[in-house]
Ligand binder design. Structure first.
Ligand code: GDP
Length: 498
């Protein structure tokens, strides 16, 4: 809901080439229209990744749909009444409004990727998306004149009647997989999916899209199941992943996705910049830190160091891996000055190196290694010690660091980390990715060779794709189906758009 009149005189740059609507006021959320000035692509010589006119039209349509169907409207109240009544047909007075409730979980990077995925799925299936998590404290509203937050139960305009959404899991009887197992829904020999004859249609379907989901839940990625889901007034989606590469593999979505993203490998780049605008407090931290430590440098280099071992954050071989990566790829200035620098002696050549990590140990060791070189200035905004749950200021610092990393010219990230994926995606940067050991695998203690590889695109990796070919009814190597959906550099079983 607007508190001030909309901003006028916004430039195409400030509106991210039309990605953002000018309908908001500037003061309520400074990051929305200031973001562009920290990502000056012309100055930084980055690929421009302009959003397509088709994507812009879809976003404006989605904004209208969110306003028409969102909390507080008559269709929303009708849909809530229907959900409470337990009836699964779309309400007569629902004005064609259908809903996707997104239940993101895990750390902030995971939640942002899950939210962007849910949003894109909602656009594709013409649903209003409502998010069930504490994004309200971190992000501004992306849709004008309405809210993207799921109203709490008891809210006067129609609170959401289902409680404890985070407890839904693979055992929930309302899940797509379990309803298929129980024959509440079924797919006939002709490939058509149907609700059971005369059976009671559930008022909602829960989409369980977690890392360890089973083969029935994975049928979400099949056309016939998508046709079936279209009829459900409410969908609940729980995920911690970037599902977009999986959506590209659903044949009936390919045409729309191709038109929305002619440059397919910029999907998250656009979605993230459209959706995520840090609130003023967080943005103040970003711009203040940037101005004090990064703005004046000839070049900004981001080193995102993430150790998944919760007990041991200071690992000598991870330090060696970072040093080995920056030396091998000549990313820091103790190597011979680059051609650009050498050819123009009047240019002051110095680097601001932004280190992010839960511990200050890496920052200290790298500072020692580069201490003798006055052209290299290292900075680390925070060292939180450990990941903290439900702590708004901790999450705010994590968010501000993702944004600071995204302003860098050169980025080194830790493989497997969604924190790094968000930074590279927002910035439109192809990072050097350092292979890392996930928490459930034993750490070999050895520096990988090579210590880092250049990412094939700026897109995040989808860690848990379905390997089922719905039409052929058998398993398939999903990294071989489409030329632009490939295996990730950092997760051998994951796929990404490139
Ligand atoms: P992932 O676990 O690397 O995929 O990233 P997530 O963002 O999903 O979860 C990690 C969480 O740990 C973050 O959201 C932060 O809360 C915290 N964290 C990890 N690394 C850092 C860091 O470098 N800086 C800050 N401020 N927090 C971090």
């Amino acid at each position: 809901v607007q508190d001030e009149p909309p901003s006028s005189n916004l430039t195409a740059d400030q509106l991210l080439d039309g990605l953002l609507t000018a309908e908001f006021s500037s003061g309520s959320c400074r990051s929305r229209y200031e973001f562009a000035s920290y990502h000056d692509k012309k100055k930084r010589n980055r690929p421009s990744h302009k959003p397509s006119p088709y994507l812009l039209a879809k976003l404006r349509r989605q904004e209208a749909l969110q306003k028409r169907c969102g909390p507080g409207t008559a269709p929303y109240r009708a849909a809530i009444r229907q959900l409470k009544s337990g009836d699964g047909a779309v309400a007569a007075d629902a004005d064609d409004c259908r809903y996707l409730v997104s239940i993101p979980y895990q750390g902030l990077g995971n939640r942002m990727l899950a939210t962007a995925s849910a949003f894109l799925y909602a656009v594709l299936t013409e649903r209003a998306v409502l998010i069930d998590h504490d994004v309200g404290a971190l992000f501004c509203e992306p849709f004008p004149g309405t809210t993207w937050l799921l109203p709490p139960s008891g809210w006067f305009g129609g609170g959401f009647p289902l409680a404890h959404l985070e407890d839904y899991d693979g055992d929930s009887k309302e899940s797509l997989g379990n309803m298929l197992k129980a024959n509440v829904l079924s797919v006939g020999a002709n490939g058509n999916a149907t609700w059971s004859d005369g059976g009671h249609r559930p008022p909602y379907v829960y989409l369980h899209l977690e890392g360890r989901y089973d083969s029935d839940d994975k049928l979400f990625y099949c056309d016939e199941h998508q046709r079936l889901l279209r009829g459900a007034p409410w969908l609940l989606m729980k995920t911690d992943s970037y599902l977009v590469p999986g959506l590209f593999l659903v044949p009936s979505f390919q045409d729309e996705l191709g038109r929305m993203f002619p440059e397919k490998d910029a999907a998250f780049h656009h979605l993230g910049r459209y959706l995520f605008h840090p609130v003023n407090d967080v943005w103040r931290a970003v711009t203040g830190y940037y101005g004090a430590h990064l703005a004046g440098a000839w070049q900004r280099v981001g080193l995102q160091i993430r150790v998944f071992n919760n007990k041991k954050q200071k690992l000598r071989h991870v330090l060696d891996q970072v040093l080995s990566c920056v030396r091998r790829e000549k990313l820091l200035l103790d190597d011979p000055p680059s051609k650009t620098a050498a050819s123009n002696a009047s240019v002051v050549v110095d680097q601001a190196v932004l280190v992010t990590s839960l511990t200050s140990w890496y920052y200290e060791r790298i500072s020692e290694a580069y201490g003798g070189d006055r052209r290299v200035h290292l900075h680390q905004p925070s060292h939180e010690g450990r990941q903290k749950w439900g702590d708004a200021s901790h999450n705010g610092r994590a968010l501000s660091e993702m944004y600071l990393l995204s302003t860098c010219d050169v980025l080194v990230t830790t493989g497997f980390s969604t924190f790094g994926y968000v930074a590279q995606g927002l910035g439109g940067l192809r990072p050097w990715i350092m292979p890392a050991t996930p928490m459930w695998l034993p750490d070999t203690g050895v520096v990988p060779d090579p210590p880092c590889v250049r990412a094939i695109s700026v897109e995040p990796c989808f860690h848990s794709p379905s390997y089922y070919d719905c039409a052929a009814r058998k398993g398939v190597d999903v990294s071989k189906v489409l030329p632009y959906v490939r295996r990730c550099e950092d997760v051998s079983w994951g796929i990404k758009i490139a």
